[in-house]
Design a protein around this ligand. Structure first.
Ligand SMILES: Nc1nc2c(c(=O)[nH]1)N[C@H]1C(S)=C(S)[C@@H](COP(=O)(O)O)O[C@H]1N2
Ligand SMILES: [Mo]
Length: 533
């Protein structure tokens, strides 16, 4: 693991400075007086913790743990974080792999993925990004809904007064408490059943109203459907990789909060605090603690179950995700037609690659002769099946576009692609009314053997930025990137963009190909078929 010194300093120096200032104040002028712990105007505040608050607090914790663990698993599939959108090797600000990208041989992004202990990651081990994403998105949906219920009820009742500061006095008051904590002088606590101390209130406010929204907003900044439609969105944080880094940093902040929060709960009267948030009473019986431990055990069991399902029933998880997540993602993201373009200065100096080069004699022979004997076979449910040479394809309509590529693993890159808009081919072959999907077969094999293929809906095939590309950055498509022909579908993740295309088939439904999940990675790595985020 390696982190850039500058970034490390940037991240920790605010904490160090604050703690140093606290010590300095204590040493020079002594501990600041604490604000009165009982303020008459607060007496009217909500007392205690209603059941909905205790329930959403617990549900939040459960899904937060699932989100963190599956998120770390996704990160380990491309264990590098960057501030630049190109993901240029050696420019990472954080690297969670000992490996420097070799310069002398092909190093695919898939090779680069790392093992993560199943104690930390969900589901753990190496290259389990497909399953990790299902758990991440399923958890994200429930977490967001739960958060929405919490915030609605917060403002629907008087409970918001606990969390939302109504005067700037909160800042000096919180600072006074901070000086006490930072110099290890535990201050007398107000009865948090009635109200929180100023630092506590400010911290909770920041977690609920800043951290959580940041987590929610930075997530979609990684979606190809969104970023390649609304180019301004990833520009809010700066670019897509800054969005990804921010998503990670917010996770880090949640972990720091979780540790500090649990510590404070323990040292400021564990039994009473547990009763507050578990059973809603203000006494020191042990019941809250016992039920809390039971709640924790349930979280552990749910996590164990999630592992078991990921390893033993992956198809079930994939289909559950398809039933629950896919409809939401298609409502949120499928209407966007990709159109974002970049300029030539934006082109990435290095473009990560994925996939296994074809090894069959058919492709080798074609490649040896510069693909002059290549024929793209387009068949299936069409009125006019065709076989086209590269020259035929070049003579048809040509479009070039400079677009941002998103791999499911997390890396991105900008390149210029030139080729035939797929919609022109669709027009040429005239699909029959029953044709709903288009399958692309590769000369290359998938990671576990067998022909690589993937499918698109006819709708995605007709998007203006869906190309059969034979050029990359104004040159013939390099072998590594899919020569002689590859797909570009800019509202989708990279795994949908079949390289080394051999044939195209129009079919009624992708259910009839391979194992019926829509593509090689969907069949074998349990990727979600809908690849718009
Ligand atoms: N035939 C084939 N095509 C493939 C793959 C593959 O493994 N085999 N990998 C996909 C994935 S996961 C990505 S991210 C892109 C990468 O394209 P690039 O190598 O040009 O960057 O190709 C896609 N097309
Ligand atoms: Mo990918």
């Amino acid at each position: 693991m390696r982190i850039r010194l500058k970034t490390l300093l940037l991240l920790v120096s605010p904490f160090v400075l604050l703690v140093a200032a606290a010590y300095w104040q204590w040493a020079i002028v002594g501990l600041p007086p604490l604000p009165h712990s009982f303020q008459p105007h607060l007496a009217a505040q909500p007392q205690g913790f209603p059941i909905w608050l205790r329930a959403t607090h617990y549900v939040n914790f459960l899904f937060l743990i699932l989100l963190i663990r599956s998120g770390l698993q996704i990160l380990m599939d491309h264990p590098r974080l960057y501030w630049n959108v190109h993901c240029t090797p050696r420019t990472e600000w954080l690297r969670l792999t000992p490996i420097e990208v070799p310069r002398d041989r092909v190093w695919t992004a898939k090779k680069d993925s790392r093992y993560l202990s199943p104690w930390i990651g969900l589901p753990g081990r190496r290259h389990t990004v497909g399953m990790a994403r299902h758990w991440h998105f399923l958890s994200a949906l429930f977490w967001v809904v739960n958060g929405g219920v919490f915030v609605a009820l917060l403002f629907g009742t008087e409970q918001w007064r606990r969390l939302v500061p109504t005067s700037w006095q909160i800042v000096p008051d919180a600072w006074a408490y901070f000086v006490h904590y930072a110099t290890f002088h535990l201050p007398p606590e107000p009865d948090s059943f009635q109200h929180y101390n100023a630092l506590q209130q400010l911290t909770y406010f920041i977690v609920v109203f800043i951290l959580a929204p940041l987590a929610i907003l930075s997530g979609p900044s990684m979606s190809p459907a969104l970023t390649n439609r609304f180019q301004w969105y990833p520009r809010l944080p700066g670019n897509r990789q800054i969005g990804r880094s921010l998503h990670f940093l917010v996770m880090g902040a949640f972990v720091v909060f979780l540790v500090a929060h649990v510590t404070m709960v323990a040292v400021t009267g564990l039994a009473r605090n547990m009763n507050h948030i578990v059973v809603g009473t203000n006494d020191t019986r042990a019941i809250g603690l016992y039920l809390g431990i039971l709640g924790l055990a349930i979280v552990v069991v749910v996590n164990a179950l999630a592992h078991w399902m990921a390893w033993k029933r992956p198809r079930f998880v994939q289909h559950a995700s398809k039933t629950i997540v896919t409809p939401v993602m298609s409502v949120l993201l499928d209407r966007a037609v990709p159109q974002a373009e970049f300029s030539t200065e934006d082109i990435s100096p290095f473009f990560w690659a994925n996939g296994k080069l074809p090894i069959g004699d058919d492709w080798n022979t074609l490649a040896a002769h510069g693909f002059k004997d290549y024929r793209l076979k387009v068949s299936g449910l069409v009125e006019n099946p065709v076989e086209l040479s590269l020259d035929d394809l070049r003579r048809m309509n040509k479009k070039t576009q400079i677009t941002l590529h998103h791999c499911i693993q997390g890396w991105s890159g900008i390149a210029q692609w030139g080729g035939l808009p797929l919609i022109d081919l669709v027009g040429l072959v005239r699909p029959k009314p029953e044709a709903r999907a288009v399958v692309f077969y590769s000369f290359g094999e998938g990671a576990e053997g067998g022909r690589f293929y993937d499918s698109l809906s006819l709708e995605n095939a007709r998007h203006p930025q869906t190309l059969l590309a034979y050029e990359m950055n104004s040159e013939s498509l390099p072998v590594l990137h899919g020569a002689p022909l590859r797909l570009r579908v800019e509202n989708q993740l990279g795994f949908k963009m079949v390289k080394w295309i051999q044939a195209i088939e129009f079919i009624e439904s992708a259910r009839s190909v391979g194992k019926g999940e829509g593509g090689y990675n969907e069949d074998n790595e349990y990727f979600g078929e809908l690849a718009n985020i």
